[in-house]
Design a protein around this ligand. Structure first.
Ligand SMILES: O=C(O)CCC(=O)C(=O)O
Length: 436
């Protein structure tokens, strides 16, 4: 019985074949509806206003944040142009002349001339960081995927996992994203189910389903990291690493190079505008680029929960399909219990016309010219310290991942120590990278 359900879910994952917008709902779902219609369908959705009543929405003025947590030490990332983890030519980096990648790494690279650019890491008191956000226009400092409960624990009580997502998936990380609202997280995926709540400002997501991974050239890309001198304000493109990112796309959505990445012309995206108070559900392995937009106080604040994924897959592996994680087989009873006796179909809350529109066959008028566009709006990235592909996406990444996460320092210890050894960003919550 479960086998049939699993096959049906895996075959039925949401995979839009024409450009469009994210679904938006104003009715907050029950836990069963959330699971059935979104999590177990790998279907993104925006729940309008689902976090509007959070205490954070009214309390988190800049003054309150500084008063409450100003003396906490935080870990931030800095870039000159607001782009976080985009790709660059390796030849632009100082170390380039002397770097020789070992065969075990170079043999895995489809684009050996490219690097994923990590921002410069910096630790400082939170009130100094807020001062930078408020006053400096020459640099872009971002607390990205920073553990809220580790760095700013007193703020954690002002937010909560939305009721429809409680007691469902296992929480892996609990992050704050706080910046000047001019940051662009470049195109990537995360091996987590993501619920992100917008506290201040907006985020504009451009998203692509996991089925587009070949069109987005999923693969290993070596990493580099900016050096930043706080005294002089100077950035240097200095350090190249042997480690590789496994989750970033080499395609630049703002200026796609169709000659180099011809399959990208086949990729179809959805645009998702997450306004203040909204919560977006972004299923695991969905590609996303995220343009932040500031509020009137020139900042952008979001909080997100990353959950161990309901659908998992090996990565990087552009041809691999999503599989229901064994970890969640027990949850399938929720689907079976909710199915009316005389039918095996789950009860949709998605309007039938939306379902029909999605089934429009490729080559039909509607899905004709696939324009990839976010001419105006880019999107996000993020990193994860990776693992060997053969180890899959299970607890491995979790242990390696990121920064101090919502489960405290335990999970991050391995990562921190490894990164210290490597001289890299000590507790970046990686956009999965790999030591090949
Ligand atoms: O908001 C951003 O800058 C990126 C967000 C993101 O990548 C995520 O929520 O996974």
């Amino acid at each position: 019985m479960k086998g049939a359900t699993i096959r049906k879910l895996e075959k039925g994952v949401f995979s839009p074949r024409k450009e469009g917008k994210c679904e938006e709902v104003t009715k907050i779902p029950t836990r069963e509806e959330f699971f059935r219609n979104y999590v177990s369908a790998s279907r993104p959705v925006i729940f309008k206003g689902a976090a509007a009543k959070w205490a954070a929405s009214s309390k988190w003025t800049n003054e309150y944040l500084k008063e409450e947590a100003g003396d906490r030490q935080v870990h931030v990332k800095i870039t000159p142009d607001g782009e976080f983890e985009g790709c660059d030519a390796a030849s632009n980096w100082e170390d380039h002349a002397t770097r020789v990648l070992p065969e075990r790494v170079s043999s895995k690279l489809s684009f050996p001339d490219l690097v994923v650019v990590r921002p410069a890491p910096h630790d400082l008191p939170f009130d100094e960081f807020m001062h930078i956000i408020e006053t400096r226009r020459d640099i872009n400092a971002y607390m990205e995927y920073a553990s809220l409960s580790s760095y700013l624990p007193s703020l954690a009580e002002d937010v909560e996992v939305p009721p429809f997502a409680r007691n469902l998936l296992a929480q892996a990380h609990f992050n704050i994203w706080l910046g000047n609202g001019r940051t662009l997280g470049k195109l990537h995926f995360d091996p987590f189910d993501n619920l992100l709540a917008q506290v201040a400002g907006e985020k504009h997501f451009t998203i692509f389903p996991p089925s587009q991974s070949q069109n987005l050239y999923e693969g290993h890309i070596p990493e580099a990291q900016f050096d930043f001198d706080f005294e002089t304000g100077e950035f240097k493109k200095k350090t190249l690493f042997e480690s590789t990112s496994m989750v970033m796309s080499p395609v630049d959505l703002k200026k796609p190079n169709f000659e180099r990445f011809p399959l990208f012309s086949e990729a179809t995206s959805l645009q998702c505008r997450v306004a203040q108070g909204d919560v977006i559900f972004l299923p695991s392995f969905w590609w996303h680029e995220v343009q932040s937009v500031p509020d009137a106080a020139s900042r952008n604040i979001a909080v997100n929960y990353w959950f161990d994924p309901f659908f998992t897959k090996d990565f990087p592996c552009a041809a691999c399909h999503l599989k229901v994680s064994e970890k969640y087989y027990g949850l399938l009873d929720l689907l079976e219990a909710a199915v009316p006796k005389d039918t095996e179909e789950p009860v949709p809350i998605i309007p039938q016309e939306v379902v029909d529109a999605e089934k429009t066959p490729k080559g039909s008028k509607e899905d004709a010219p696939v324009v990839n566009k976010p001419k105006e709006e880019p999107v996000a990235k993020e990193e994860t310290i990776g693992k060997e592909k053969s180890k899959g996406t299970k607890p491995a990444e979790k242990g390696e991942k990121a920064s101090k996460d919502s489960k405290g320092g335990k999970d991050s210890k391995g990562v921190k120590e490894k990164q210290k050894e490597k001289g890299k960003d000590k507790d970046k919550a990686p956009r999965v990278s790999d030591e090949l």
